[in-house]
Design a protein around this ligand. Structure first.
Ligand code: ZN
Length: 275
């Protein structure tokens, strides 16, 4: 581990280095880390800002979407003059202004099976900040099969949830399909664009996600792997549920039937075949 820091780095990260649980070794670990963020929106905004501020060495940003006026109520790493710009590109600009020490890799694309296979192995850890089940299930499957830890969060209306999945490390940990074996039928669970979301709720959940990413890289505290955090902003109450591995799980069970991403390729192919 390279423990050589410039004076500017020591100054910038002094409040981290003061923490016994982080120190210079932990800060060096953050600098050596490569983290991939899928989605540069409501969760991605605070997530990217805190990871950049923390001095993660390399941040990869994946988003093919363009910034719209209705995004700015919660996607606060962007700003009004940037409407119309690609979100990954805009978020990269904000990160560089906050912390020029961070290397930013912009991937202006929607995450499909080919993209997941090409990008995920190039990073140490993956964060899910997407808003649709198709990408969520693709990411969960891809991270398990490609051996990467996934820090996942979701928001809707006044509620948020968060978990960490590292089922690739063995049977002690459940995967995302132990919780939900299959995605819900299209239209059953509304999206934020259909049901709305309180902007600040995405801020809280994205910040919690950043905290869990830092804990995983530093190897400190209690991991959220095997636990699901639920937050109801209206009740102002957090609850934590224990998640158990399901031996019958289609992905990480004793006789898994999902062994590659071919099902996700078929979904994309079918979607593309429609007029
Ligand atoms: Zn599983």
């Amino acid at each position: 581990m390279d423990l050589d820091f410039t004076d500017a780095e020591l100054h910038r990260y002094s409040r981290h280095i003061l923490l016994q649980e982080v120190g210079a070794t932990g800060q060096a670990r953050l600098r050596a880390a490569r983290v991939l963020l899928i989605g540069a929106g409501g969760l991605g905004s605070p997530l990217a800002l805190y990871l950049a501020g923390a001095g993660i060495g390399t941040l990869g940003l994946v988003d093919d979407d363009r910034l719209e006026l209705s995004n700015l109520q919660r996607q606060v790493a962007h700003d009004t003059p940037r409407i119309g710009r690609n979100k990954a590109d805009s978020l990269a600009e904000t990160i560089r202004r906050l912390n020029p020490e961070v290397r930013v890799e912009v991937h202006q694309r929607r995450l499909d099976a080919e993209g997941a296979e090409a990008l995920i192995p190039r990073y140490d850890l993956v964060c899910d900040g997407t808003d649709n089940f198709e990408t969520r299930f693709l990411l969960g499957d891809a991270c398990h099969l490609l051996g990467r830890t996934l820090v996942s969060a979701a928001v809707l209306r006044f509620e948020g949830q968060l978990s960490v999945f590292k089922s690739h490390q063995g049977h002690a940990f459940p995967c995302h399909r132990c919780l939900h074996p299959e995605p819900p039928p299209p239209g059953l669970v509304p999206t934020c664009s259909e049901a709305g979301v309180l902007g600040a709720v995405t801020g809280v959940m994205g910040t919690l996600q950043a905290t869990e990413v830092l804990k995983e890289i530093l190897g400190i505290g209690e991991s959220m792997a095997g636990r699901l955090l639920l937050w109801d902003a209206l009740d102002a109450r957090f609850r934590t549920l224990t998640l158990k591995r399901d031996p019958g799980c289609p992905l990480c069970g004793d006789a898994p039937r999902i062994r590659d991403l071919s099902a996700h390729r078929e979904v994309t192919a079918t979607a593309c075949a429609l007029p």
